[in-house]
Design a binder for this molecule. Structure first.
Ligand code: AMP
Length: 472
């Protein structure tokens, strides 16, 4: 989890980066940062908190130059510490480097150990710093950025979408399996790389395409060049981006997330029809699914829980007790919509089960007669090692329980999770090209103690296919 953005725009980039990060705020609320470059020096600002808390107009005005990168952080690897806020900025010989990363490396410990044995030091506990080390390592021998990214793709195991600025040239690359998203867009005078297309929309720009898995994109004053560095025989797009993480208005690897969720809602009705008075979403993550269920079943869509928009995601709460309390503050039932009704309650996922159990309690207290729970993801059975904040197997309610046992625990009258096949069909990407690790326990990269099936990756040695895509 985390959101990244990189922009080149002759008219200046700091405010554009700010708006883009604002659009990506859902991808990380712990810290935010921006680095820009004006041809001679780097300007940077980052801090703990939301984008609006970290920046103000004065700070943004001070971030000068026609190129820059930005990051919002949700901690997966590396503790919640101020020094872990990104972008990371480095001086290497005469080069000024700034780098931001979305993803999680599964071989970070081994790599870090290797570097430390060679006497290298690290300033943070993140895996992102390692990416910079691999880059500068290669720059010290060949001096070539393409070779440095090539080396990254050979050495780094896991998920990584990266934006990087070296001496004012903007680079973006995506791991060969395309686990984490990244797309390219065009604004009036500029070009933007971002985790989700919503950042491009926020700038009034146009989505050009996704960065291909294993591709390096390079943007300078002449326009955009792209190089395919590695090609895998299949992809592994994170399925959880479609289920929960991405914004519903994002277009990701060719699919509009809202449509995917609406289709899943329709399929939920096909797989588990029920007689009920209304379909109610758990806002906001269940909304598109509930609309799909309602449209397909012709059961009226009735909002019955109101969300306090000013509260962060319940997951941010550090302890179980606080998480439970948070649900009450976050959602208020509309009693008039619930009293004596049989309702279909729709959400995207059940992780620990805490949210569902509490919410079912709330709607029953408000008078609901029957609560039929419909979930837009299959049961989550295994942890994520590739960048989504998922608890351990012990904490995942469905890791060792069947659907009936989960239904009993969350106290629903009935429960249905969408089947994996229906979910895949709604996404419209072949199952072999999706990472389903959290649902199946089988991962696309090798992880000690876990089952895996890794794609074969070809590295395009020496001769990169360079394509110049100029601004029109
Ligand atoms: P729970 O079952 O109590 O652990 O929480 C499930 C709820 O958390 C669902 O409503 C999801 O919308 C939301 N959720 C699922 N995965 C995540 C995640 N990785 N981070 C934050 N919230 C999540």
């Amino acid at each position: 989890m985390c959101g990244i953005v990189g922009i080149r725009d002759a008219g200046g980039v700091s405010f554009e980066l700010y708006y883009a990060l604002y659009a990506l705020q859902h991808r990380g609320q712990e810290s935010a940062g921006i680095s820009t470059y004006d041809g001679t020096r780097l300007y940077k600002h980052k801090g703990q908190g939301l984008v609006a808390e970290v920046f103000n107009p004065e700070i943004l005005t001070g971030l000068k130059g026609p190129v820059g990168i930005g990051h919002v952080r949700y901690p997966t690897t590396g503790a919640n510490r101020p020094e872990n806020a990104q972008p990371f900025n480095f001086l290497y010989r005469d080069h000024i480097i700034s780098l931001a990363h979305n993803g999680n490396l599964v071989n970070a410990c081994e790599l870090r150990d290797e570097y430390e044995c060679r006497g290298q030091i690290f300033c943070t506990t993140t895996d992102t710093e390692l990416i910079a080390k691999v880059i500068t390592d290669e720059m010290s021998s060949s001096g070539c950025i393409e070779d440095a990214v090539h080396r990254c793709m050979r050495l780094l195991q896991g998920s990584y979408s990266v934006v990087m600025m070296i001496d004012g040239v903007l680079y973006g690359f995506r791991d060969p399996l395309g686990i984490k998203p990244m797309c390219i867009g065009k604004t009036e005078q500029g070009i933007i790389l971002a985790s989700e297309s919503v950042a491009i929309d926020a700038l009034g720009g146009t989505l050009i395409r996704d960065v291909h898995p294993g591709e390096l994109v390079c943007i300078d004053e002449d326009g955009m060049r792209t190089m395919q560095i590695a090609v895998a025989d299949r992809r592994a797009h994170c399925i959880f981006e479609y289920i929960y993480f991405a914004r519903a208005d994002a277009v990701m690897d060719g699919a509009l997330v809202y449509d995917v969720r609406r289709k899943i809602g329709a399929k939920l009705f096909e797989e588990a029809p029920v007689h009920a008075d209304s379909v109610c979403p758990i806002p906001d993550s269940g909304t598109a699914y509930a609309i799909g269920y309602s449209q397909h079943s012709q059961i009226p869509f009735v909002e019955s829980l109101m969300k306090n928009r000013y509260m962060g995601r319940t997951f941010i709460m550090p302890s179980q007790k606080e998480r439970e309390k948070a649900v009450r503050i976050k959602l208020n039932p509309i009693r008039e919509h619930l009293k004596d009704r049989a309702i279909v309650l729709v959400d995207d996922s059940i992780v620990r089960g805490t949210t569902s159990r509490r919410i079912i309690g709330i709607v029953r207290d408000a008078g609901a007669r029957e609560v039929h729970m419909r979930i837009g993801s299959p049961a989550i059975r295994a942890p994520c090692y590739l960048g989504v904040d998922m608890p351990t197997r012990e904490e995942l309610i469905a890791s060792d329980k069947d659907e009936e046992e989960v239904r009993r625990r969350i106290t629903a009258n009935s429960l249905h999770h969408i089947s994996l096949d229906a979910l895949v069909e709604a996404i419209g990407i072949a199952k072999k090209d999706l990472c389903t690790g959290c649902l199946t326990g089988c991962y696309p990269v090798s992880i000690s103690g876990e089952e895996s099936r890794s794609p074969a990756v070809d590295f395009l040695d020496g001769t990169y296919q360079t394509k110049l895509e100029l601004f029109e």
